[in-house]
Design a protein around this ligand. Structure first.
Ligand SMILES: O=C1C[C@@](O)(C(=O)O)C[C@@H](O)[C@@H]1O
Length: 250
């Protein structure tokens, strides 16, 4: 299993890591939220830039990013632009999506960058190379907010991310019944046995909460928890997550 380091945080070292999202819309509020989140000592902080008002203005994005990085110090930053069709806040075309992600990468504004799998392959490959040239880790992602794909399809997507050169492969699905939760966990287990890179997987909503707590048993290296506002349905507070992980001794 490849170990992936985000600053001093090692993914897949046997203990699950916790990431907390920042979803504020203005720079001042983002910094405030960052300070509150930092006090809870998560392993990773995710900045959901699709929530930033004026994110399409490069100067606005750069200024906020520099301010946030300074606030975070050594805490690893995962920067994510989640498009509307994957459950995010803003609908943009592929070109705009790549422009935003490129800006973050070229200016080295982050420790890791989220790259959605479902964009044109050429562009995805170019971004991955660019990120690696700048020493930035790539967490590739796929989100299904309506349903849970088959275990073959989940495995296929994770495999494709690995093939494209992702450092970490991530998938979030929406379960409709308990069998869907098992499907996500089973595909995670298979991928963890075979793919050799850290995985982040979860089923969303109330039904999926068990995967946010026990995902590590099946091979998920990181779980998303909240300090304040959630960025996806079913996220637990960081305090509840810590307690649950401690009870499971994972
Ligand atoms: O990819 C993910 C996972 C997530 O969707 C979740 O379900 O916890 C939350 C998002 O903020 C993050 O980018």
């Amino acid at each position: 299993m490849k170990k992936v380091k985000l600053n001093n945080v090692v993914l897949s070292d046997g203990s699950p890591k916790i990431a907390v999202p920042i979803v504020a819309t203005e720079q001042a509020a983002i910094i405030e939220q960052a300070k509150t989140v930092l006090a809870a000592q998560p392993d990773v902080i995710e900045w959901r830039i699709d929530f930033l008002a004026g994110v399409l203005d490069p100067e606005k994005l750069k200024t906020a990013a520099l301010d946030l990085r300074q606030t975070l110090g050594e805490t690893p930053l995962l920067t994510t632009f989640r498009t509307a069709k994957e459950g995010g806040n803003l609908a943009v075309d592929d070109e705009t999506y790549f422009q935003i992600v490129r800006l973050v990468v070229e200016n080295e504004l982050t420790t890791a960058i989220d790259v959605e799998l479902f964009h044109p392959k050429e562009g995805v490959m170019r971004i991955i190379k660019l990120a690696h040239d700048h020493g930035i880790k790539v967490i590739m992602s796929s989100h299904d907010f309506k349903q849970t794909p088959t275990d073959c399809e989940i495995y296929y997507r994770l495999h494709k991310m690995a093939d494209l050169g992702a450092d970490v492969a991530k998938i979030a699905v929406m379960p409709q019944n308990p069998a869907d939760v098992l499907t996500l966990l089973s595909a995670t287990h298979q991928a963890n046995e075979k793919l050799g890179l850290p995985l982040i997987t979860m089923a969303m909503g109330d039904l999926g909460k068990v995967t946010r707590i026990a995902g590590a048993v099946f091979g998920s290296a990181l779980t998303f928890g909240t300090v304040g506002t959630a960025s996806a349905p079913g996220q637990l507070s960081i305090a509840d997550l810590r307690q649950a992980l401690a009870n499971l001794r994972i």
